[in-house]
Design a protein around this ligand. Structure first.
Ligand SMILES: Nc1ncnc2c1ncn2[C@@H]1O[C@H](COP(=O)(O)OP(=O)(O)OP(=O)(O)O)[C@@H](O)[C@H]1O
Ligand SMILES: [Mg+2]
Length: 166
């Protein structure tokens, strides 16, 4: 299936942080972000900006390290539990269940790097964000899609807000 896709230019890391802040303003339990892109594309950078924005709203300041070795890091922002996963080193899908990621998909907000490893546990209504290289060294392009009409509506709204700001 070919999904409709929206694109946002991110000429600098600040633009990526600004995009993450827009998403942080619109989070609900059950939202899953599948973060695609090459090593160093900005997946952790985006997740960190989103999580720190949510934590700051509740007066909390925390480091958001890359979960490369722990696979998962969790954060509490008010009523919201945020899961940040990096599945690059995942060895089996059993590990996903052991980590509790399948239940977190329903109860919390999840940001998943290297989501290709989810296989048939990939949530159908997730937001796909793919970071690709832009025209300059610090530029990225974010390609956004979802099979969920509600999530597509959110992506459209965020794209409009983002372009109105610049
Ligand atoms: N426009 C941009 N948006 C985001 N990050 C950028 C941008 N331009 C340069 N960068 C830099 O690229 C790096 C992205 O690193 P990051 O750890 O987020 O990558 P990653 O996609 O998570 O990689 P990995 O697959 O290893 O987990 C950071 O050092 C960041 O400062
Ligand atoms: Mg990363």
């Amino acid at each position: 299936m070919i999904l409709p896709e929206l694109q946002i230019e991110l000429p600098t890391p600040d633009h990526t942080a600004r995009l993450a802040k827009k998403f942080a303003a619109d989070l609900q339990p059950g939202m899953v972000f599948l973060l695609h892109g090459f090593v160093g594309a900005g997946k952790t950078f985006f997740a960190r900006a989103l999580i720190q924005t949510c934590l700051a709203k509740h007066g909390t300041v925390e480091d958001v390290p890359s979960p490369t070795f722990t696979l998962v890091q969790t954060y509490i922002a008010g009523d919201l539990e945020i899961w940040h996963a990096d599945l690059y080193r995942l060895t089996s899908s059993d590990e996903l269940i052991e980590l509790g990621l399948d239940t977190a998909f329903e109860a919390g907000v999840c940001l998943v790097e290297w989501p290709e490893k989810l296989g048939n546990l990939t949530p159908p209504n997730a937001i796909n964000l793919t970071f690709t290289s832009g025209p300059k060294v610090d530029a990225r392009v974010c390609h956004m899609s979802s099979t969920s009409p509600d999530m597509m509506a959110l992506l459209t709204r965020i794209t409009e807000q983002f372009s109105n700001d610049t």
